[in-house]
Design a protein around this ligand. Structure first.
Ligand code: PMP
Length: 363
């Protein structure tokens, strides 16, 4: 048996400990999970009914989720050929790299960032170049270092990953910064704008990938149903790009990657009838985000201006805080030496976090 060296060297994907595991290992019986940037709500109305109606599970779905592409195309005003769906946008990070990189080609991304960018590069045998985010402790929080990203681009750069709002730092990218970066890279390099959290971004001056796709044939926008739509467990995401790139991404993504159930759940979530409830939930998360940010700043913590459904508290004590919080039944995600990422949950979960955090971090 021979496993490729690049694959042998890969760490397992780590999503941290679950409440069930913590309880089984003698910790608190009912932990609050604020580590996965998930939605605190059950599926939108109509989703469970759509799942129970989807009984033809003996039949394959269409290879590339045709009904969903048609619905998304109509909603976004793009050709369904421009859309590449997959079982989660994480898969699409890999598809983008596999469609463009030969071994030794380069992939650039800010660091820290969603770990899938590095993972995608390493699996494909591409070289990953991480560019530190700028201004960790600026008042608005960390942002994109456009000059350093541009300087890192070389003749073998095939993909530049951007993320807005950025995971883990929570801030959205300024439209001007993305325009500057796009004009500095050649049309041969794909720029991937990962908008997993875009629905939570209420600032009109930040980048909107869908407005740029038509005029930028080397741009790929990634979206997901995992966050604002609350379907992380169903696994469904999609890319929007120039139709030639959309076709290439569909070809490298496993056919049937979107199950019949996942497609039914996504279609039900897009139904016009549920949009008022969808918007109500978004507003609730954004209001809770404001409440948490104000309270933590009042206590003296360095909290970034979040445009997502999570907060970033810059600190070199993040690991210590996360351990203390976990012992008190609140699971968060530390980035060693940099900061703590805390998902915005429902009101009672957020209150549990605020109480535990006062114990752990003081103030
Ligand atoms: N992009 C970013 C920035 C994320 O944080 C995540 C989830 N943690 C994803 C993509 C993955 O989303 P999906 O569930 O669609 O694979």
């Amino acid at each position: 048996m021979r496993i490729r060296a690049a694959v042998e060297a890969l760490p397992d994907y780590s999503a941290g400990r679950t409440p069930a595991l913590i309880a089984a290992q003698g910790g608190p019986a009912h932990s609050v999970k604020l580590s996965g940037n998930e939605s605190p709500y059950p599926p939108l109305p109509g989703v469970i009914e759509a799942l129970t109606r989807e009984t033809e599970l003996n039949r394959y779905p269409t290879p590339y989720a045709d009904d969903l592409r048609a619905a998304l195309g109509e909603r976004l005003g793009v050709d369904p050929g421009a859309i590449a769906p997959a079982g989660g946008s994480l898969q699409l990070c890999r598809s983008v790299v596999e469609a463009t990189c030969d071994p030794g080609d380069e992939v650039i991304a800010p660091v820290p960032a969603f770990s899938a960018y590095r993972m995608a590069a390493e699996i494909a045998g591409a070289r990953f170049i991480g560019v530190p985010v700028l201004g960790q402790s600026s008042p608005a929080g960390p942002g994109l270092d456009v000059d350093a990203m541009t300087a890192a681009v070389g003749p073998r750069t095939r993909v530049v990953f951007l993320c807005s709002p950025h995971n883990p730092t929570s801030t959205a990218l300024a439209a001007d910064d993305v325009a500057r970066l796009m004009s500095a890279v050649s049309g041969e390099t794909l720029v991937v704008l990962d908008e997993a959290y875009a629905e939570f971004d209420t600032n009109p001056d930040t980048v909107r990938g869908m407005d740029l796709v038509d005029s930028h044939p080397n741009l790929v926008v990634l979206r997901t149903f995992s966050k604002a739509y609350g379907l992380a467990g169903a696994r469904i995401g999609y890319a929007v790009a120039d139709p030639d790139i959309g076709a290439a991404l569909r070809r490298v993504t496993s056919p049937f990657s979107v199950s019949r159930s996942a497609e039914a759940a996504a279609l039900a979530s897009l139904h016009p009838r549920v949009q008022p409830e969808f918007r109500r939930r978004l507003t609730e998360v954004v209001d809770e985000r404001t409440r948490l940010t104000e309270e933590l700043r009042r206590r003296g913590f360095d909290v970034a201006d979040s445009a997502a459904n999570f907060l970033w508290i810059a600190s070199d004590r993040a690991v210590q805080w996360a351990h203390g919080l976990e012992r008190r039944g609140v699971i968060t995600r530390p980035y060693p030496g940099l900061g703590l990422r805390v998902t915005v949950g429902c009101e009672s979960d957020n209150d549990a976090f605020l109480r535990a955090f006062a114990d752990v971090a003081g103030n």
